[in-house]
Design a protein around this ligand. Structure first.
Ligand code: CTP
Ligand code: CA
Length: 226
């Protein structure tokens, strides 16, 4: 195992992966989250490990067990995920943002359980910080991979995210397609680079998908270093 890792395409590289959904607290017993299972991020962490990388996995709420061999850091909110990632960003060669980060959080986190009152209470929300965009602004040599979960106009939105967040790759998936997206063990993704579509992968296991994504990343990293 150690022998093969030492020969791997990512031997000696440090890879930082985020996976799972974030949790934004409303009160001590309630929160807002999403359908992310964490499986795509776990598959990426595992693939990076198999390819020889030193892997740190920052994980939110997930519905599976993280792979063996990788360092795990558990977080809840988008704010905590940003802190965990920012701390480790300088030392990373590849950063993969597979987590489904909440776009909004409750504007007021109540320290006590909220009692019911009234018929139509309103939950006020505020924007969270965009972690990937923040990293994109401060990146130097880091190779940055973002995800784009879409239900329509996949190419347009994926390229828009790649540019806006200063990513080197964006992995887009049409989460409304059969066999793609959140909970299953398969996915159907397109890999975009600054020049546009690089590869459109057929339906395959998240494990195989992860291997293809990391192969593209490893090749581009190697040619950037050459
Ligand atoms: N992302 C992030 N921080 C956020 C929101 C998103 O780092 N607060 C990252 C995700 O991890 C993913 C990428 O940005 O890698 C795209 O996430 P997505 O939800 O598809 O895009 P958004 O920019 O949030 O746009 P929208 O949800 O409106 O499509
Ligand atoms: Ca979003």
């Amino acid at each position: 195992d150690t022998f093969f890792r030492g020969q791997g395409k990512l031997a000696g590289k440090r890879v930082l992966v985020t996976a799972g959904g974030t949790i934004e607290r409303i009160d001590p017993v309630r929160y807002i989250t999403n359908d992310s299972s964490g499986k795509m991020g776990f598959a990426l962490a595992e693939a990076a490990y198999r390819m020889g990388a030193d892997v740190t996995l920052v994980m939110g709420r997930t519905s599976a067990e993280p792979p063996a061999g990788v360092r795990t850091v558990k977080v809840e909110s988008a704010a905590q995920m940003l802190e965990a990632v920012a701390e480790r960003f300088d030392g990373a060669d590849i950063v993969i943002k597979a987590a489904a980060v909440a776009d909004y959080r409750p504007a007021h986190a109540h320290s006590q359980k909220i009692k019911k009152s009234g018929e139509k209470p309103v939950l006020e929300l505020e924007r969270t910080i965009d972690i990937l965009e923040t990293l994109g602004r401060s990146k130097r040599r880091q190779f940055l991979i973002g995800f784009a979960a879409e239900t329509e106009q996949v190419e347009r939105y994926a390229m828009d995210k790649l540019k806006r967040k200063n990513c080197d790759l964006v992995v887009a998936n049409d989460v409304s397609a059969e066999g793609a997206g959140f909970n299953g063990d398969t996915n159907i993704v397109q890999i975009y680079g600054p020049e546009g579509l690089i590869e459109s992968l057929p339906l395959m296991s998240k494990r195989e998908t992860a291997g293809r994504i990391l192969s593209v990343a490893a090749e581009r990293l190697a040619s950037a270093a050459a």
